[in-house]
Design a protein around this ligand. Structure first.
Ligand code: WQD
Length: 331
């Protein structure tokens, strides 16, 4: 199995789940958005080797050589730039990198004669949903360049799958991944200031930052703060294993939401972390963040039914595992 972006937060947890399911894993990563070391931990945790290659997934020749040299039979494509705000400021970088790497990987797979492709998509493709929970049949309308790259790659997957029935393509729409493997040895360690809520709350819990800025409390939600579907990263990556096993008997293009199916607000998340850590997490209500939406919660029924997959870990477990990973790996 080739995992592009395999050294990152979700990529390294994916490698762990794949190894635990008996697959071989090759990772290709350019380390632009993660530090080295996670895959060595994964090898230590599983007692199995991960082949770790440094390189850029936009290089089709490199990807093809990796596929051929390591006898790769399927690709999970995770390598991408993923900061919404940055994508608004640097759209060209996002389109060049995210579309370029997806097309290069598909070109390399076709040249190497392998057809199983799992894509790391995002609930961001739904834009501001008409209603929640959101089924895969909901209207698509990304509201930022990052989300638009995900939306465009899904269109590419649909058209490429329609052009040749040897392709088996699955797009997995992630809601909000949080937490860490129970060992605490693989932490979400974004480079620079965290964009996302959980790493920000963890930074305050570990004393790296003074308070959480809560981006608005005037949304039409129970406590006025944003509501999201936070999914434990181990549940998320186990969904990839289920998708790979499902695609062995299903050609064409499939889309699945990977989420809990229930929402948690910003303040509820802060309170959950306070309960787990026994700490007070100072926060301040500030203006809304441009582009944010009130609520985004998955309807995971299709993945439950067709992949035989469902989340098994609670938000409290995710907070405990996030805290465990931060305190275990705090530098
Ligand atoms: C969650 C909630 C914020 C930070 C984005 C991408 C998505 C995926 C996950 C890549 C919102 C609030 C946040 C903070 C806050 N990324 N918040 N203070 O925006 O739902 O999704 O990240 O795959 O594609 O769109 O996640 O964690 O940034 O925000 O109040 O310091 O927390 O307003 O309500 P989001 P998030």
């Amino acid at each position: 199995m080739l995992v592009t972006g395999g050294a990152g937060y979700i990529g390294s947890h994916t490698a762990l789940a794949l190894l635990n399911a008996g697959h071989q894993v090759v990772s290709l990563d350019n380390y632009v958005n993660c530090t080295r070391g996670a895959l060595a931990v994964v090898s230590d945790l599983t007692g199995r080797e991960v082949v770790e290659i440094e390189g850029d997934a936009t290089d089709a020749t490199l990807v093809q050589s990796v596929i051929t040299e390591h006898n790769v039979s399927a690709v999970i494509h995770m390598a991408a730039l993923k900061a919404v705000g940055e994508s608004v400021e640097q759209p060209l970088d996002y389109y060049r990198n995210n579309l370029g790497s997806a097309i290069a990987v598909l070109d390399a797979m076709k040249a190497a004669g392998i057809w199983n492709f799992v894509f790391s998509s995002s609930a961001t493709v739904y834009g501001d949903p008409e209603s929640n929970p959101i089924p895969e049949t909901a209207a698509i309308g990304a509201a930022n360049p990052y989300g638009m790259t995900k939306e465009m790659i899904e269109v590419i997957m649909r058209d490429v799958a329609a052009s040749d029935d040897r392709w088996r393509m699955t797009s997995l729409r992630y809601f909000n991944p949080v937490g860490a493997h129970e060992s605490g040895r693989i932490a979400e360690a974004p480079v620079g200031k965290p964009n996302n809520l959980m790493p920000m709350v963890m930074d305050v819990a570990t004393g790296k930052r003074d308070e959480v800025m809560v981006f608005g409390d005037d949304y039409p939600t129970p406590d006025g703060t944003g509501v999201r579907d936070y999914i434990h990263v181990m549940d998320l990556v186990e969904g990839h294993v289920a998708a790979l096993e499902h695609m062995d008997n299903h050609s064409g293009y499939e889309v699945y939401n990977l989420g809990q199916g229930s929402g948690v607000s910003v303040i509820e998340m802060i309170r959950a972390v306070e309960k787990i850590t026994g700490l007070t997490i100072p926060f301040r209500i500030v203006d809304r963040r441009p582009g944010d939406i009130a609520e985004c919660v998955a309807d995971p029924a299709r993945a439950n039914a067709e992949l035989g997959w469902a989340t098994t870990r609670s938000i409290e477990q995710a907070c405990a595992d996030a805290w465990n990973s931060q305190s275990a790996t705090a530098g």
